[in-house]
Ligand binder design. Structure first.
Ligand code: GRF
Length: 213
């Protein structure tokens, strides 16, 4: 049984999607938040998952916070660490410690729109499509090898909230899928790019319109 530790900062709907997916061969052993008030902690506790808080405001610097966070994570001996709306910039040492076993979801079609306010920036740029990306975490923010993406149209009357809502539906779809592939050991990195074995299924996820039964 593989151990998955999920890090959140707020609502936790992506964490919820992964828990609800009940991926065979894996168990979410802990949900950890940097914010005591994170709404997602309640869902995790209600589902019998260990919850922990490492409050970043209690630390003077990033190194101290990341060291405490890593200690908390490692007590659960994770095979995979999942950043699900975890709103902290991580130190290079922390990222190195989890190299190849830490993934993140970002609400844009990377490499476009790294960082914050992705939906508004996509609208402002006149982008016709937006989307979301699940990727391995590397030291450079939102730049690691891409595992899976899904795209949605940007409608002429979209505001950032409307677009975020449309993208979130796809987040909840591709994030559990990426976790499942990793648990099934179908994901490897070759020359900095992700290869997923059984590629037809992977390709179908790129755009929901291409989905086949
Ligand atoms: C998601 O849009 C995710 O892509 C971004 O932050 C949001 C978190 O939402 N990194 P939730 O906490 O999973 O509901």
């Amino acid at each position: 049984m593989k151990s998955i530790v999920i890090l959140i900062s707020g609502r936790g709907s992506n964490m919820e999607a992964i828990v609800r997916a009940a991926i065979p061969g894996a168990r979410v052993t802990a949900v950890i938040s940097n914010r005591p008030q994170a709404a997602g902690l309640r869902f995790a506790a209600d589902h019998g998952i260990a919850t922990e808080v490492v409050d970043h405001t209690a630390f003077d610097d990033r190194e101290g916070f990341d060291a405490a966070l890593a200690e908390t994570i490692d007590r659960h001996a994770p095979d995979l660490v999942v950043l699900a709306g975890f709103m902290r910039v991580l130190t290079a040492g922390f990222v190195r410690h989890y190299e190849g076993r830490m993934i993140n979801i970002h609400p844009s079609l990377l490499p476009a729109f790294t960082g914050l306010h992705t939906h508004q920036r996509a609208i402002d740029a006149g982008a016709r499509v937006a989307g979301t990306t699940v990727h391995f975490v590397t030291a450079e923010l939102d730049c690691g090898p891409i595992i899976v993406q899904a795209c949605v149209p940007v409608q002429p009357d979209d505001d950032a909230d409307a677009l975020a809502t449309r993208v979130l539906v796809q987040e909840h779809r591709i994030f559990p899928q990426a976790v499942r592939w990793i648990v099934e050991e179908r994901v490897r990195i070759e020359d900095g790019r992700v290869v997923v074995s059984a590629a037809p299924a992977a390709a179908a996820l790129i755009n929901p319109a291409l989905d086949v039964a």
